[in-house]
Design a protein. Structure first.
Ligand code: AMP
Length: 274
């Protein structure tokens, strides 16, 4: 993989990287197109990374379909699909950690305490293996984008990070490999997660700046769907994830939510610039 990228670099070709865990959908393929627009060669990585799953999470059950992924990757402009085995990536264990502090200590970091250490470790490894000029991530995993940006800055990775918008189903549900877990009634209820965020976003655009009142809109809207159990649904500063009592004019707000529906945990977010 490194030899390929070094050869690209010698030939003056820019390499774009799209890290994924596979079971590809239009969210992923949109990132491939974004990478293509910014580079000459697109490397999509497909790796269900064990270190970013907690002990009681869905690592074993995570959906996999290599044949379909290869086809979708190729059809959407991927030049190289880099799909290592876990034993290859973590040959003989791993003694080095990559831990980003600050932005990791709440939201996903509270419910999934080891998750971001796994993400920053595997993304560091993938960056050193793929040697990309640009890497593309989805806004769908908003907190992850802050973690990656912080890591790239702190560790001086010579890589441009580009964040692409969330691709949704027509009813607003963010596309996700995990949507495949949903039963039919759960799938029908699932758009409520995004609806609760858009409702709060509208109120913010209408002038609501009180954080507790914003959070209450999300909680109340989610409570109307009995299949959902809200993990968190809160407004925060989009850059720092700080939670001031009142948001000041000119600040960028992110609404972050995670909720369980049956055995499935879904996340979503909405960005609002005041
Ligand atoms: P995953 O395979 O879920 O780890 O996601 C791989 C990359 O695709 C991450 O950068 C995600 O943020 C991004 N992604 C996942 N779902 C979507 C979506 N619906 N829209 C845009 N990007 C997405």
């Amino acid at each position: 993989m490194q030899a390929y990228s070094k050869e690209c670099s010698r030939s003056g070709l820019r390499v774009g990287c799209v890290p994924t865990m596979g079971f590809l959908h239009e969210g992923h393929t949109s990132l491939m197109h974004a990478a293509r627009a910014k580079s000459d060669r697109v490397v999509t990585t497909l790796f269900v990374n064990p270190t970013q799953f907690g002990p009681n999470e869905d690592y074993e059950q995570y959906p996999r379909d290599f044949a379909k992924d290869s086809r979708l990757a190729e059809e959407n402009g991927t030049d190289i699909l880099f799909a290592p085995e876990a034993a290859e990536m973590y040959d003989g264990g791993n003694s080095t950690s990559v831990a980003v502090s600050g932005v990791t200590n709440k939201f996903e970091g509270s419910t999934r305490p080891t998750h971001f250490d796994g993400v920053s470790l595997v993304v560091s490894k993938l960056f050193n293996i793929v040697l990309p000029d640009v890497a593309v991530f989805g806004q769908k995993d908003y907190q992850q984008t802050l973690v990656i940006r912080r890591m790239v800055r702190d560790l001086n990775f010579p890589i441009e990070i580009f964040i692409a918008p969330t691709i949704r189903e027509s009813d607003g549900l963010a596309k996700s490999s995990r949507n495949t877990y949903l039963t039919q009634p759960e799938r029908a209820a699932a758009p409520r997660l995004h609806a609760s965020l858009t409702k709060a976003a509208e109120a913010i655009r209408g002038g609501l700046a009180d954080r507790a009142a914003i959070n209450k809109i999300i909680a109340d809207e989610m409570a109307t769907e009995p299949l959902f159990r809200l993990d968190y649904g809160r407004a925060a500063d989009a850059l720092t994830l700080d939670e001031p009592d009142t948001f000041s004019p000119g600040s960028e707000i992110v609404l972050l939510a995670a909720a369980f529906i049956g055995k499935t945990r879904l996340i979503d977010n909405e960005l609002i610039k005041l």
